[in-house]
Ligand binder design. Structure first.
Ligand code: E4P
Length: 218
């Protein structure tokens, strides 16, 4: 399973990358705004800075919602670095743009996916990744994880190459359930990745080992 970090914060990206477990980064316009990154030049420079930290897979989202402008923005984003994956919203012009990007060899991440039907369209258009948002479905009392299960089954039925990128992952159980189901990728905040480290028996066991070592080596 690939781990992507869902942030535009360079320190958090560096921390996750330094752990040696990071396979990519997802950003969105809200995450960029949270870091105070505004204006075309600064936004592009920030994407480049992210690409300089990680090995691959940096999702950069288009802002346009019409086909022609999406193509222009997406091509500009893809030109920043080979590691860029152009993130495109699940709307009709977005699907058309994904199809075109795919024919140009530009990788895409179809975002804001909330149903299996949307995921099927993304795969047919040739998206590299599809991003179903688990947490936001849970927020409206709908089972986000069962959507992941449905999409994996549908993609398996037809051997679609689009990778299932579980997004809006809010806690470790989301991530582990996605791993159990065989999701290709999970994107989540740094705190979810570091929470995987934690177990009270690890902490107490390590404290005991160190205490016993100290006693025997005084
Ligand atoms: C995915 O690419 C999105 O950036 C993200 O996972 C959304 O998560 P949120 O619902 O916690 O904002």
């Amino acid at each position: 399973m690939k781990f992507f970090i869902d942030t535009a914060n360079l320190d958090e990206i560096r921390e996750a990358y330094d752990m040696g477990v990071l396979d990519g980064v997802t950003t969105n316009p809200s995450l960029m705004a949270k870091e105070g990154i505004t204006g075309d030049a600064k936004i592009k420079a920030h994407y480049k800075a992210i690409c300089d930290i990680v090995d691959n897979n940096v999702s950069a989202e288009v802002i346009a919602t019409d086909y022609e402008t999406m193509l222009k923005e997406g091509r500009e984003l893809a030109a920043i670095d080979d590691k860029i994956v152009v993130k495109v919203p699940m709307i009709k012009d977005g699907i058309k743009a994904i199809k075109q990007f795919s024919s140009e060899g530009i990788r895409t991440n179809c975002t804001l996916v909330f149903s299996a039907g949307q995921a099927l369209l993304a795969a047919k258009a040739g998206a590299s990744y599809v991003s179903p948002f688990i947490g936001r479905l849970d927020d409206i009392s709908t089972d986000g994880l069962s959507l992941i299960e449905d999409i994996i089954r549908i993609y398996d039925n037809y051997a679609y190459e689009t990778e299932v990128l579980a997004a809006s992952v809010r806690h470790t159980m989301h991530l582990l359930e996605c791993a159990n189901m065989g999701a290709d990728v999970a994107t989540c905040p740094l705190k979810v990745i570091t929470a995987l480290l934690k177990h009270p028996l690890t902490d107490s066991g390590l404290a005991q080992f160190l205490a016993d070592h100290k006693k025997g080596n005084q």
